[in-house]
Design a protein around this ligand. Structure first.
Ligand code: ADP
Ligand code: 3PG
Ligand code: MG
Length: 392
């Protein structure tokens, strides 16, 4: 297990010609427009520190955006380059390729101290596969490696888990990664109890392993959002036309029937939309042809009652389609309730940060993490695959 004080931080980094800085610029976007730039802002301290400490060092930013299937214009990092320029007030060069002669040439030609962003690493399937040769090609672009991409550090992606291996003495942890690890370790090594987790969002399939480990550690796991309906179907409820992940119903049932399954609390009602677009509150059984878009008032009251005892709250994933009024109401009520609750309250995840920001709920939380999956995985294991490369 990686110990806190073992992480090699930037203070120890020598100034070389070019540094490869892995960041998580995976911001929520719609048709190429950035909906929330919290993750971009979270990277700025490391970039600014590097620039001040090593004025002539070229900084090459590496990131993914979304989950593209090969190249996909809608998931280009170009809009992120523009936002970075606005936020930093300086030029950010952009390279449409992430490996090969094009970035090599651009980096070589760039003035000392330049900042260069390479295109979405996930346009190359090798990135997700943790491919050694892909990492090798990335490594040829720089002399030092920094991981400041906490939110993706639970993945075995090439730029996160393989690339640092190629810089055995020259891999460091950025400020954001270091801060997230420090705060999460402090809060969750021995969380003050009752420890209650709120999990929501759309895809159960992507969060099932996290839920399985979280129910061992938490006293209660409240599940909302679309993913709750796969559990509700597994419990035998009629969920109308709500889109459940059929392939995961059996696994959800197993979790509900497991020893810790009693810790799971699901919605008792919901705000639904019918085939004509009519919006109303419904209990179970849900009418045919209705889809659940937010938790209902009974669920809000039930969740508040459970949360009122808690000393530690962890929240990842919205309770409803918060981007679309009036389906933000359930999440908003819980945020308002948490605001008045005396407990350590942490929320994290790309869309969760967007939700908290758009519902003006920052003040309700002790702090916000950029990581969703990474945050949950870290608090359950107190380790992440990439950390061993960044340790003393
Ligand atoms: P995070 O990025 O914070 O981990 P997720 O990506 O898991 O969160 O989920 C966020 C998405 O879940 C939001 O875009 C939201 O609209 C969607 N969502 C939540 N509840 C529902 C629902 N009932 N139906 C459809 N989508 C939902
Ligand atoms: C996130 O938003 O949680 C991170 O950027 C990781 O993205 P991923 O879940 O697609 O690996
Ligand atoms: Mg998300």
């Amino acid at each position: 297990m990686t110990q806190l004080n073992e992480l090699k931080t930037l203070a120890k980094m020598p100034c070389e010609e070019t540094v490869l800085l892995r960041v998580d610029l995976n911001v929520p976007t719609k048709d190429g427009v950035i909906l929330d730039d919290s993750k971009i802002r979270a990277c700025l301290p490391t970039i600014e520190f590097l620039h001040a400490k090593c004025r002539d060092t070229k900084i090459v930013l590496l990131s993914h955006l979304g989950r593209p299937d090969g190249g996909d214009d809608k998931l280009s990092l170009k809009p992120v380059q523009e936002r970075l320029e606005e936020l930093l007030g300086r030029e950010v060069l952009f390279c449409k390729e992430s490996i090969g002669p094009e970035p090599k040439f651009l980096i070589h030609q760039a003035k000392p101290g330049s900042l260069i962003l390479l295109e979405n690493l996930r346009f190359y399937p090798e990135e997700k596969k943790g491919d050694f040769n892909f990492a090798k090609q990335l490594s040829e672009l720089g002399d030092v490696y920094i991981n400041d991409a906490f939110a993706v550090s639970h993945r075995n992606d090439a730029s996160v888990a393989v690339l640092p291996e190629l810089f055995p003495k020259m891999s460091f942890a950025g400020f954001l990664l270091d801060k997230e690890i420090l705060l999460l370790t402090r809060t969750f090594k021995k969380p003050e109890q009752p420890f209650i987790a709120i999990i929501g969002g759309s895809k159960l399939s992507s969060k099932l392993p996290l839920i399985e480990s979280l129910i061992e550690k938490a006293d209660t796991v409240i599940i909302g959002g679309l993913m709750a309906y796969t559990f509700l179907k597994a419990r035998g409820e009629n969920v109308g036309a709500t889109e459940v992940e059929e392939d995961f119903v059996d696994q959800a049932r197993k979790i509900l029937l497991s020893r810790d399954g009693r810790k799971i609390v699901l919605p008792v009602d919901q705000i639904v939309v019918d085939a004509d677009g009519k919006i109303f509150e419904s209990q179970f059984p849900m009418p045919e042809a209705t889809r659940a878009c937010d938790i209902g008032s009974g669920s809000v009251e039930l969740f508040k009652k459970i949360l009122s005892n808690s000393k530690t709250v962890l929240w990842n994933g919205p309770m409803g389609i918060f981007e679309q009024a009036p389906f933000e109401a359930g999440s908003k009520s819980l945020i308002q309730f948490l605001d008045g609750l005396k407990a350590t309250k942490i929320a994290g995840g790309g869309d969760t940060l967007h939700m908290v920001e758009s519902l003006q709920g920052k003040h309700a939380f002790s702090w916000l993490s950029t990581g969703g999956g990474a945050m949950v995985e870290y608090i359950t294991k107190m380790d992440l695959p990439s950390l061993k490369w960044l340790s003393e």
